[in-house]
Structures are given as C-alpha cells and as structure tokens.
Design a protein around this ligand. Structure first.
Ligand code: A3P
Length: 283
C-alpha cells in the first residue's frame, strides 16, 4: 500500500507518478492546438466522458473502444508510463488528466487546445471515491465514511482538495477552448450534452451515429461490455472492484447522516462562495 507523495503541496501516488515527470509535464510538455483533453477530479465520470469522446471521434463506431486497453483510449498524462505514449504521439492527441490547475502543462494557457472539464456534486464524488478506493491496492483504506469524509474535506486524497481543483478550473469557463460540463447535466440530458460536446469538438454526427454514441456509452452497455476489474491494471485493484458502481445522481443521500449533510453544506457554501447562482446544478 502506497502512501501519498506530496508534490508541491498536492498528494499524488508514487506508483503512478514521479515529481520529475510532473515537473516536465508542467514546464516542457507542448500542447498542440488540435489536442483535446478530458479533465476531471477523480470519480466525476471520467470513464464515461472518455467513452463518449472516443465514440464521437469514431462516429459512433465502438470497434476502436473495444480494441484498445481502457487506460490507453485517452491516456492519463500524469501517469509516467502513459505520458510517454502522449509525448510520442504524432497528430491529433486526446488525453485525460486529473491534475490541479497549477500542475497542468503551462503551454495550454497559450494554446487553442480544447479542454472539457467535467464536474460532479462533491458529495457524490466523495461517496463514489470512498467505495472505489476501499477496493484498490494503491491508497490507504479508510475505516469508515466518516474518516474518509475528513480526509476529503482536508484535501488529503489523490490530487488534493475538490474545492481547490474545482474553483481554479471553473474560473476558466469563459475561455473559448474550455467547455464546462457536469455529470448531472450529462445524466439529465445525455443526448443534448453529447451534441454540445460534438459542437465544441467541431464534429458533425448523423442522427444514427449519435444514437450509437448514446447506446455504447450508456451505463448498462459499458457495464456489460467489460468486467469492472479489467478497467484498471490488475495489480492495482481487487477482483471485487466496482468501477462503474451505481451511475446515479444523489447517492450521497443514502450514506450521509443529517449532521454530515449539514456540515458539508456549510463547508461547500464557505469554500465555493463567489460563483454565480446556478453554476453548480446540484445546489
Ligand atoms: P458511482 O461510483 O457513483 O457509480 P470516474 O470515471 O471519474 O472514476 O467516475 C466513476 C463514476 O462515474 C462512478 O460513479 C461510475 O459509476 C460513473 N459512471 C461511469 N460510467 C458511467 C455511465 N456510462 N453512466 C453514468 N455513470 C457512469
């Protein structure tokens, strides 16, 4: 079991990343104008968005998705072994990242590369992370949701504080090459949100191609198409892992006590003040 490595104030996993590599990513990695990035805080629906974007790029045809290792579809830039894939790729590049703002490639800020930032109710992110991380072999397991909530609120979880991650990235939402989406809108209006992604990426899909994107990115089809433990290299997860667990909004209500819900509300209001009403669809 690995403990976190603190990289410039951010907890990262030494099994996946090294400070040298993270420094290179920030200082030297050159983003190209036609790159596209899926950016999330972990457990916000990353896998779902990867599936959608890869299907869009293949006009709804699932063959590509079925023929590539799941973590190579849109490799995570902060994972050393996957960074080399991205670095050596010629032409259009799609990659994923959970990096907080201050560690992201600085070349992004002067490029036209497109970023889709997917947010999710942090209460659901917390519950999803609690259940997922207790079935992995790379982080310290928490004894209870109460204990995990303390870690989450203090930012002592992978990639640090949800609040800081979200505050910093959401403040980029007015940029033309930045699309802010939420898990909640993706659930509520999946087709409309997929159309928004197509428009942002400059992809025109025929109605039947869009139908196919919808079908092959549905929770049921994704769950059936691959056992959960195959979505992660086997040395890192238990066979019982539930990567695609429930796929719903509001599951936190089944797990938070009233006192926890009230305390969380208060912290959310304090830490996220200053953003316009309605920006966070779950509030
Ligand atoms: P739950 O644990 O609440 O079920 P990430 O990929 O960022 O780690 O996020 C994982 C979360 O996204 C899990 O949430 C998972 O079930 C959900 N998810 C993955 N694919 C989905 C899909 N097609 N539809 C809805 N939710 C999905």
């Amino acid at each position: 079991m690995s403990d976190f490595l603190w990289f410039e104030g951010t907890p990262i996993l030494p099994v996946f990343s090294t400070p040298e590599c993270l420094r290179e990513i920030h200082d030297e990695f050159l983003m190209k104008d036609d790159d596209a990035v899926i950016l999330t805080y972990p457990r916000s629906g990353t896998t779902w968005l990867i599936q959608i974007v890869c299907l869009i790029q293949n006009k709804g045809d699932p063959k590509f998705i079925q023929s590539v290792l799941p973590w190579e579809l849109s490799p995570w830039i902060e994972i050393d072994s996957l960074y080399s894939l991205i670095k050596n790729k010629k032409g259009l590049c799609l990659f994923t990242s959970h990096l907080p703002f201050q560690h992201f490639p600085k070349s992004f800020f002067s490029s036209k590369a497109k970023v889709i930032y997917l947010i999710r109710n942090p209460r659901d992110v917390l519950v999803s992370g609690y259940f997922f991380k207790n079935q992995t072999k790379f982080v310290k397991v928490s004894k209870s949701l109460e204990e995990y909530m303390g870690w989450f609120l203090d930012g002592n979880v992978m990639f640090g504080s949800w609040f800081e991650h979200t505050r910093a990235w959401v403040s980029m939402r007015e940029r033309e090459n930045f699309l802010l989406l939420s898990y909640e809108e993706l659930k509520k209006d999946t087709r409309g949100t997929i159309e928004k992604i197509c428009q942002f990426l400059g992809k025109n899909l025929e109605p039947e191609e869009l139908d196919s994107v919808l079908k092959h990115s549905s929770f049921e089809v994704m769950k059936e198409s691959m056992p959960d433990y195959e979505r992660f290299p086997e040395e890192h997860v238990s066979k019982k892992v539930q990567f695609l667990r429930k796929g719903i909004c509001g599951d936190w209500k089944n797990h938070f006590t009233t006192a926890q819900a009230e305390a969380f509300d208060k912290i959310f209001q304090e830490k996220m003040k200053g953003f316009p009403p309605g920006l966070f669809p779950w509030e």
